[in-house]
Write a protein that binds this ligand. Structure first.
Ligand code: TYD
Length: 212
């Protein structure tokens, strides 16, 4: 099931240091400037309980957290976020911009932790009642470049390079499997050029939803 006709759901995905937050903010400003109601949120997080789960999954204190437990925690945070924030916002006509969503679980837990993409996706689909983005923006970055942009790595960021390479391959596979629902951009390009490409694609997607 996709978002209702009233609002829209845009996910921003990518590996570490891809610039999702910067681009999320620029997209929110662009859409608000054209008079749209925007909810800019992030995962894991977005509700008090989901922020509490975020503190667990990102804490270096829980190094070695069992991969299935990790996948369940991300899915639990997402179920709460989808029910309390994302779905209601779409239903009242907002454009929801979500920094990470189901694809992050598929890439980080499915590919990175080798839990399998199907099982991890199904878990999140169950958790969210099947809520999927209308469009996913994938900011693709070589992990050697992305990780170099970070300071104070959290538990996931501190994983070895091969883990982050598997995550990147997972994201690219998801985009290749369903190209009409993805915009994949090279995150090493100029920030303003990336922002323009995202704004153009999102504007087109919103216009075609409204026309149809
Ligand atoms: P965050 O600081 O939000 O990273 P970023 O700025 O790169 O988005 O931390 C989120 C971390 O959690 C990031 O390393 C990706 C990871 N993650 C998963 O492993 N699975 C998931 O389902 C989600 C949403 C995030």
């Amino acid at each position: 099931m996709t978002a209702s006709a009233a609002g829209a759901f845009i996910a921003l995905e990518g590996g570490e240091g891809a610039g999702k937050s910067t681009q999320g903010g620029l997209l929110a400003t662009h859409l608000r400037g054209s008079g749209r109601q925007v909810v800019w949120t992030r995962e894991p997080g977005g509700t008090p309980a989901s922020e509490a789960i975020r503190a667990i999954v990102l804490s270096p204190e829980f190094e070695g957290l069992e991969p299935r437990a990790e996948a369940l925690l991300f899915a639990a945070a997402r179920g709460e976020h989808a029910a309390r924030v994302i779905r209601p916002a779409i239903e009242r006509g907002a454009v929801v911009i979500c920094d990470r969503y189901i694809d992050s679980s598929v890439a980080y837990q499915g590919y990175g932790r080798s839990l399998g993409s199907g099982a991890v996706r199904d878990l999140s689909l169950w958790a969210t009642g099947g809520l999927l983005p209308d469009l996913t923006i994938l900011l693709d970055v070589d992990p050697v470049i992305g990780l170099a942009r970070l300071s104070n790595p959290d538990r996931l960021e501190a994983e070895p390079l091969d883990y982050h390479r598997a995550v990147r391959a997972g994201f690219l596979q998801l985009a290749a499997d369903d190209p009409s629902r993805y915009l994949t951009l090279d995150a090493s390009c100029d920030v303003d050029d990336i922002a323009r490409a995202i704004a153009d694609r999102v504007d087109a997607a919103l216009s075609s939803r409204e026309a149809g």
